[in-house]
Design a protein around this ligand. Structure first.
Ligand SMILES: [Zn+2]
Ligand SMILES: [Zn+2]
Length: 227
């Protein structure tokens, strides 16, 4: 359901920062999830906004591989498209401060928390990712499907894992790493906690490198593919 512009981690510049979108041709709207350093360039190269009337951007956290080119995208909406985009984030003050320091005019975009946002039903989950900033994952209902999107997370919230186990999640997007660290979910750990019968619903993303992706596939998971 989600189309990926990039599927790499912060340092995997070759495949681009992890980011995806849902485009609805009926109302010409786009919901972009994350807008890291390399994402704006890819949006422009693909002319993704050429036929779009509504731009909504859901941000998982403010690491630069997730929000680094958000300021440029907002400027493009303001000056190029004359569209007032909506930025969706649980901590409005935090993202507002970020966009103030980048010189984005506060009345040229809308800010909404997931609860306030009306186009899709979105619920946030607080993730274990960084000691210094908050990070969020999301449960989204799009076109009758329930999607989980981890953003960057060291583990899977038990409530979310339970939803996967009881069949309440249709597509489960999970960041993975081959390393043992406190920021992302180790692929071996994912292998331990996700039952084989549920693996075709789990789409791994945010790859360190080709090795991690290959391993995810060997273990029976799907992999996010860039268009
Ligand atoms: Zn990241
Ligand atoms: Zn991060």
């Amino acid at each position: 359901m989600l189309k990926f512009l990039g599927n790499g981690s912060c340092f995997n510049t070759e495949v681009g920062n992890n980011s995806c979108y849902y485009y609805n041709p009926e109302d010409k709207s786009i919901l972009l999830i994350d807008c890291g350093e390399s994402v704006f360039e890819r949006i422009m190269k693909r002319k993704l906004l050429g036929n779009v009337q509504t731009v909504d951007i859901l941000i998982t956290h403010l690491h630069s591989d997730h929000a680094g080119s958000l300021p440029s995208l907002l400027f493009a909406c303001q000056f190029g498209l004359q569209i007032k985009p909506t930025v969706i984030y649980p901590e409005k003050e935090v993202i507002s401060d970020y966009l103030r320091t980048t010189g984005n005019e506060q009345d040229e975009f809308l800010l909404a928390t997931p609860e306030e946002y009306e186009r899709f039903d979105i619920r946030y989950v607080r993730q274990n990712h960084s000691k210094f900033i908050n990070a969020f994952g999301y449960l989204l209902c799009i076109d009758g499907k329930t999607i989980y999107y981890s953003g960057d997370a060291h583990d899977i919230n038990p409530e979310i894992l339970n939803k996967l186990n009881v069949g309440e999640i249709d597509e489960f997007y999970q960041d993975v790493t081959r390393y043992d660290n406190s920021a992302h979910l180790n692929i071996d750990r994912l292998n331990e906690i996700v039952l084989p019968k549920n693996r075709d619903k789990v789409i791994c993303m945010h790859f360190d490198d080709g090795f991690t992706k290959e391993k995810a596939r060997e273990l029976g998971f799907k992999c996010a593919e860039t268009e």
